[in-house]
Write a protein that binds this ligand. Sequence first.
Ligand SMILES: [Zn+2]
Length: 360
Amino acid sequence: MQPSSELVLCSTVGLPMMKVNYRELFMQKMVILLKPEDIETSAKEFLSTYASYMESVGIYGKGSDGHANYQSKTAPVHEENVGFFEEWVEIANALEINTAVGMDLYTDRLFAKDPNYQSKNDKGKAMDHQICPNSPEFWQYASEIVAEIGHYPVDEIFVFGAGFIRDRFCFCEKCRNDFAPLVNQEPDRLTHQYLTENPEYHEKWHEWRSGIVHQGIEQLQAAARDISDSTERTKPLKLSIEMLLDPMTGLTEDAQNEYGYDWRRILDITGSMLVNLYPWSPILPAQESSEYDELVESLYFSNEFKRRGGDVTLFRWGIDSIEEVRELKDLAKDAAIDRISGTFAYPDDYSDRREEAIGG
Ligand SMILES: [Zn+2]
């Protein structure tokens, strides 16, 4: 056994130390999305050790703390990670390893410090970790980040946090002013209850929010297209958009109403989707349970996606054993999905996100 093939990691959410056998993980063909701090060696040493087992690998470019790991002119930078990031993408490209870069979108704790961009619930409580998606200035900011990442020789960007927190969001001033007239209400009297009591208004709410989410994604895709046209690439830069899928918030169709995204529109806009499986529920259902069958059925949309040339990836946060990788792989196989991906840790702001998504 190579001594360097087993590294020790510490998860950021207080899980016990775990041993990661990277070689075994790469041999499972999972796209592991890493943070520079996950790796204890240089990028060069790591990639040259595992390159022969690796087809594809991911590295975080901008996390939910709002900082970039590359030399950004737009977002504040974790300077200590820049050298690692640049070496990583250059070497991965030279070794012809498919390279994905993780980017948090509306889940941006730094930008969300600005009260003008915070998402709010209908009681006026502001979220300091989540930006309201109804923010064209922020789309511009995020588009610049897409362009900056696209200047590096990377193949794709995993876009996380691309939707609303839940159906109960957003009731910030801008959302109130924009939406209230559509349902004959005064902006400051608009409540979630007012919408749920009238199915027609509630439906309008879903459509309106969905329009906003996809306008934002379209703008990012335009930035990806521009950067693909202006740089020498063999393939255009791909944006894989996260869709949360959890039994607590409903499976495919319900998730669309909760978060605002619609796989059909994502298929048309970017053609690639990252299904974040069970983000709020730590355990996947056992094979041959009725919940498992229901989950497989809810993933059938991926057939349509693939038939029309799109890509679907099954993704999990906090994978901490090879058994969990195999479990994900089996599910992907049952749902006829070709690719799996995951992180070792949960996002740093996971407890806040989970609380707002399913608490209360
Ligand atoms: Zn809002």
